[in-house]
Structure formats: C-alpha cells, structure tokens
Design a protein around this ligand. Structure first.
Ligand SMILES: Cc1ncc(COP(=O)(O)O)c(C=O)c1O
Length: 246
C-alpha cells in the first residue's frame, strides 16, 4: 500500500476531471477505490460512497447538509456510548436549528446501550438517531439493526459510526438498512494489528476481551497488552521507514 501511495503522489497526483494523463489516472484510482469501498460495505452502488478527510469531518459536513430540513422543536438522539465525533456535530447542528438533543444512557453493569431508554426517547418528532456500531472505549457491540428498525418506524434517519466495528467484522449496509454509515481508513489500518493478534477468536471475543479487562479493572494485564501492541507498532513504523528508503 505504501508503494501505491508513493507511486501515486510521485507520478500522478492531480485534480479530477482534467483532459490530461495524470488527471485521467486520478479518476481511475478514485473509481477503483469507490468500487472497493462499495464491496467492503455491501453498498448498492459505488455512487453511494463518499470519501473525506476523516470520519469527524464527514460527519460535520453531513450534519450541516441534512440539518437544513430540521425545524425548531424537532428532536434527535445521540448516545453516551458514542465517540464524541458522532455526538458533537449533531449537537452543534441541533443548537443552530433549535432542535432538542436526547442522549441514550449506557447500562453501567455491562457497558451496553440501554435499549429501553432509547425506545422511550424515540417519537414522531425524532429526525435522526446517531449511534455507534461498536464502542471504541468499552468494545461493546450495539444491535444497530434493532435501533434502525425502531427509528424507521417513526421515519427517523439513522447515522451509524462503524469506525471501531469495520476493522473487526464485515459490514453490510443493505442488510442493516441504515441511512448513513461512516468508517475510517486510518483506524482500520492501525487496528489491523489488534485484529491479527486475536483473529482466531473472532471480533465478538475481541470486544468482550476489552470489556472484561475494563470491568475487572485488571490494569496490569491491560498495560501488558498495550505494551506489546506499541512494540509491534514501533516495528511496523521502522519497517515502513526502511522500505520507503529503498
Ligand atoms: C468509534 C470512533 N468513531 C469516530 C472516530 C473518529 O474517526 P476519525 O479519526 O476518522 O475522525 C474514532 C477515532 O478513533 C472512533 O474510534
């Protein structure tokens, strides 16, 4: 991948849509990337795929676009399980439009989303639900299909943050029926190492392992795991520098 990035930036880096060689190559690279992302997420068309600087920026931009239709008195739902990037953009957009923001609680005993609380917040005024597929702090998995089905009954849109989920399991946006789903290339690459280490036990086990570590407050084990991961990352970095210098 490093070679592909280096080759592109060194030889073809260009704007899109120009009538010259490097621009045509850029169009082709972007088309291939869209097709790959479509396959990765199970999207109906490559046209459904949008690339941006990162998940946070994309969420901010989308929140500005869709909140244009919101009215004062409308409501949106965010969750206490989510990364702040899937909360703050929606809060800001809601504040600008006089929209009420509800936050779904987390069950403190096991760090899962409180579905009953979610259902109690949902009503005919709900315009959007922003929810994570997997928490980056506790590793908890969310039954997003359940959230989506309930939200669609009141015609609310659902924005799923799959940044932490996508590196560990397959995403199928059509099976989920979500309106929007975001993931992040940088997180996927960084977490590949974690995925490899625990690959044979699957992602659910990985999520539970993190959760158990947190619950048992076994900081010693957690510290040792993190130390090994950091060492691996360090070696990866050295390998990258060595390879790019050749
Ligand atoms: C669950 C989750 N959502 C969102 C983000 C933000 O992603 P990005 O860095 O692409 O903006 C992160 C970053 O670690 C994350 O873990």
């Amino acid at each position: 991948m490093l070679d592909a990035i280096t080759a592109y930036l060194g030889h073809y880096n260009s704007n899109l849509g120009g009538a010259f060689f490097s621009s045509a190559e850029t169009v082709s690279v972007v088309e291939k990337a869209r097709a790959s992302a479509q396959a990765l997420l199970g999207a109906p068309s490559a046209d459904n795929i949008v690339f941006g600087a990162n998940m946070t920026s994309l969420t901010f931009q989308l929140s500005r676009a869709i909140s244009r239709d919101w009215q004062a008195g409308d409501e949106i739902i965010v969750t206490a399980l989510d990364h702040y990037s899937n909360v703050s953009s929606w809060q800001q957009a809601a504040e600008d439009k006089g929209v009420i923001v509800h936050q779904v609680r987390v069950n403190e005993a096991d760090c899962t989303l409180d579905y009953d609380h979610f259902l109690s917040l949902l009503n005919a005024n709900t315009r959007l639900v922003a929810v994570t597929y997997a928490s980056n702090t506790t590793g908890s998995l969310v039954d997003v299909k359940r959230v989506i089905e309930a939200a669609h009954q009141v015609e609310a849109q659902v924005y799923v943050d799959a940044v932490h989920y996508a590196p560990h399991a397959l995403v199928d946006v059509q099976a989920l029926g979500c309106d929007f789903l975001a993931c992040s290339a940088i997180s996927s690459l960084a977490r590949m190492w974690e995925l490899r280490i625990l690959h044979q036990n699957g992602c659910r086990h990985f999520a539970r392992t993190r959760l158990n570590l947190r619950q048992s407050r076994d900081r010693g084990v957690l510290k040792r795991v993190l130390k090994v991961l950091r060492r691996w990352q360090d070696w990866l970095l050295r390998l990258s520098i060595w390879r790019s210098g050749r």
